[in-house]
Design a binder for this molecule. Structure first.
Ligand code: OXD
Ligand code: MN
Length: 647
């Protein structure tokens, strides 16, 4: 799709960006570069560090764009991109709000595509454990570097012909933090540039760090040039039939082709911060995890930070932005999806949120479930695949009570909504700056990170799994993470509601062999003087025999956080069970709760269920992890079975 922004708009934009021009002299702006007659429409290739320049030039040669735009992350640049996307039909304005936009994707490009996501290493075993003969591995997909090169050769040559290549310098984490890392994303999608500007820190300080020789992760993305032209609809170019997402940990390199959907195209997020991030973390001795980070202050004014891993679309954003119902408690949000955590020299685990925004699931978000998200997302937000209202706003399932009277709804595919199908796609998203969250934590950008005192694992478990339990020790905690299971959701391409194993909520995001990942976690306790966080498992989703939730969830989850807070302080409010410590009778604060809770059912441990759970986990470990399962984890499983048998 050709770019049709007027030349004058570019010229006035470029001349308006004075702070930027200090860094990047402009001899090439509007002129032809020696590389295949490419126009450098913004920025100066020659001012880039040699390493960055080589990377960019190699990809210019490969993708053959007609022009190159080196991004500065400025407002002016973003306005230009928004105008371009409006012209191309990628976005529509949402006049009801301030600077909000709606993108509707090709219906074939709505979620992450795990089956087309690969980690590329010389040795397959570095990437995935060997599954049992005849069993399909589910802990990632491996590809050889040769096949990766072939996959690139079959897709990328000339894929940006007639279009602009954007070069996005970005930082995961506050620029300059010892915990942060830099990336460069090359893309042909203005939607990706605008979204990356929200989700990461883009711009001049990153270019300056690069000019001083900072290392960077290479991220190449193209929406592709579909062979089937019908795949280009509504201004959403993509190539679903040939979509592929490749990671080469050895070279800190990501290559993504064919999809514009965020999880596949905003390469700082899942591809860098989790997959490549976890491999860097393994090498450097830290943890890159699929976790929210929240700060919680108790009525006495003491503050603690907690990280929590739940699978995609299981309420991480809701918990991270919770309004506690328990009087005197305050929750503040550091991040809702990813945590990079490292022990400091005092043995304290510290975490940063490497992201700069929220790419949250819209359906289910409402003033009832997440008032803080509702106060975050109606400014400076790029919505994707939500429904539109006739008064210039958005709609999704869960907002029924907040609809202005008389408005009509257009569904996520642009058709009048007839209520027979969801108005918004179940994986529709908001992409909003984190700084807009009314409860953003004052330390959310602290370069040292925040101190983590507890790690929570959890998922959607309608049956058998109690509201909360605490691990006996670090090994037991790692086992609980390894044994995590959850009902499937819409964030990936899976169909139906099945209970899936999702260890550490990382199953789609491991950058290396899960068995080695478990060793890495277990080894965290091997350095003298470390203060290991306590580990818990939570489940807000248990149902009774009639299918009704046993626990009200949302703000009431503060009661569980209160118990966890007090356990961090070693209060004697826990009793042992076969699965771990649970609250002693009357030690979970239910004061003021309007509904009656069936605590016996909520905390019951049906023996048959749990013995079956142990059998399922054992089968999973043996089929999927095999010889790579650390002995310590197998021992934890046996110990759990023994405790259940003695129950
Ligand atoms: C996400 C996901 O988008 O986990 O955060 O899929
Ligand atoms: Mn996620």
């Amino acid at each position: 799709m050709p770019d049709v922004i007027e030349k004058e708009q570019y010229t006035s934009y470029v001349s308006s960006v004075s702070r930027y021009t200090k860094l990047l002299s402009q001899p090439n702006v509007g002129l032809y570069n020696h590389l295949r007659g490419i126009t450098i429409s913004h920025g100066d290739l020659h001012s880039l560090s040699p390493k960055v320049r080589t990377y960019v030039e190699e990809n210019i040669s490969l993708c053959e764009p007609s022009s190159v735009h080196i991004c500065d992350g400025s407002e002016a640049e973003n306005s230009l991109l928004l105008r371009l996307m409006l012209q191309q039909g990628t976005i529509k304005p949402l006049p009801k709000y301030d600077n909000c936009w709606l993108a509707q994707t090709n219906p074939a490009d709505v979620a992450r595509v795990e089956s087309r996501t690969f980690i590329c290493t010389d040795d397959r075993h570095d990437t995935i454990p060997t599954p049992k003969a005849g069993v399909k591995g589910t802990l990632g997909n491996w590809m050889s570097p040769e096949d990766m090169s072939n996959a690139i050769r079959h897709r990328f040559p000339g894929c940006m012909r007639g279009r602009t290549m954007y070069v996005i310098p970005f930082s995961m984490g506050p620029v300059g933090s010892p915990l942060s890392k830099i990336g460069i994303e090359i893309t042909d999608s203005p939607y990706v540039v605008s979204s990356m500007r929200i989700m990461t820190r883009v711009g001049v300080p990153v270019l300056q760090a690069l000019a001083q020789g900072a290392e960077f992760v290479k991220c190449l993305h193209s929406v592709g040039s579909p062979q089937n032209l019908e795949a280009v609809n509504h201004g959403w170019p993509c190539d679903p039939e040939r979509t592929i997402i490749l990671h080469r940990p050895e070279k800190n390199e990501i290559v993504s082709y064919g999809s514009g959907y965020g999880g596949n195209s905003l390469l700082g997020k899942k591809c860098f911060a989790l997959r490549i991030g976890s491999t860097i973390a393994k090498r450097e001795g830290w943890l890159a995890e699929h976790m929210l980070i929240l700060g919680i202050t108790n009525p006495a004014g003491r503050k603690r930070y907690i990280a929590a891993a739940f699978p995609s679309a299981c309420g991480k954003t809701n918990l991270a932005m919770m309004c506690p119902s328990l009087p005197g408690y305050k929750v503040e949000c550091v991040g809702d999806d990813i945590a990079w955590m490292k022990f400091d020299s005092n043995g304290q685990l510290r975490a940063i949120n490497p992201e700069n925004g929220f790419f949250g699931v819209a359906p289910g978000t409402s003033s009832k479930t997440n008032p803080n998200a509702m106060k975050t997302v109606f400014r400076n937000t790029l919505f994707t695949n939500v429904a539109a209202t006739s008064d210039g706003g958005v709609f999704w399932e869960g907002l029924e009570d907040e609809l202005a009277p008389g408005v009509t709804i257009t569904d996520w595919q642009g058709k009048p909504w007839d209520r027979s199908t969801p108005a918004a796609h179940p994986n529709s998203r908001f992409c909003s700056p984190a700084s807009q969250c009314p409860i953003i934590d004052p330390s959310w950008e602290d370069p040292e990170g925040v101190p983590i005192d507890a790690i929570l694992f959890g998922g959607r478990r309608p049956v058998g799994v109690p509201l909360v339990y605490e691990a006996y020790n670090w090994h037991h905690g790692v086992f609980i993470g390894a044994a995590m299971r959850s009902e499937s959701t819409a964030a990936a391409e899976h169909k139906g509601k099945i209970i899936m194993h999702d260890p550490f909520a990382m199953r789609p995001f491991f950058g290396y062999n899960f068995g080695h990942y478990l060793e890495h976690w277990l080894n965290m306790e091997n350095t003298f003087g470390r203060k290991l966080p306590k580990v818990f498992h939570v489940n807000w989703f248990r149902k009774d025999a009639q299918g009704k939730f046993l626990w009200p969830g949302f703000g009431e989850n503060s009661r569980v956080l209160d118990w966890i807070f007090r356990r961090i302080d070693n209060e004697e409010i826990a009793q042992p069970t076969p699965v771990g410590y649970v609250p002693k009778t009357d030690c979970l604060n239910l004061d003021g709760l309007s509904e009656t809770i069936n605590m016996t059912e909520l905390f019951s441990l049906p023996k048959d269920f749990w013995l079956q759970e142990v059998t399922d986990i054992e089968q999973y470990f043996s089929e999927q992890v095999g010889a790579d399962l650390p002995v310590a984890i197998a021992e934890e499983l046996s110990a759990l079975r023994q405790r259940l048998l003695n129950m």
